[in-house]
Ligand binder design. Structure first.
Ligand SMILES: [Zn+2]
Length: 83
């Protein structure tokens, strides 16, 4: 301990323990979404949108996906069941 840290501790008390980083075990790495993973088609109909999330439907095989339409994206959030 240097005189400087001793003075700091005397003035302000000992430094607080660093807080552990909050981790989100459920957080998924976002997958860039370009083409339909089933048929490779890159043409989609945009469906209902909720905030940054938008439902899209593949024009070729009608697979539905929920994607995040955000900068750097879109990113695949989940595949939706066929209706
Ligand atoms: Zn498709």
């Amino acid at each position: 301990m240097t005189w400087l840290t001793a003075l700091r501790d005397w003035l302000f008390g000992p430094p607080e323990e660093p807080q552990p980083l909050i981790r989100y075990p459920d957080a998924k790495v976002l997958t860039p979404f370009r083409n339909c993973p089933h048929c490779g088609c890159g043409s989609f109909r945009k469906g209902p949108r909720g905030g940054a999330a938008v439902n899209i439907t593949c024009e070729l095989c009608q697979a539905k996906f929920n994607v995040a339409d955000i900068p750097g994206g879109p990113f695949l959030l989940e595949e939706l069941p066929h209706v």
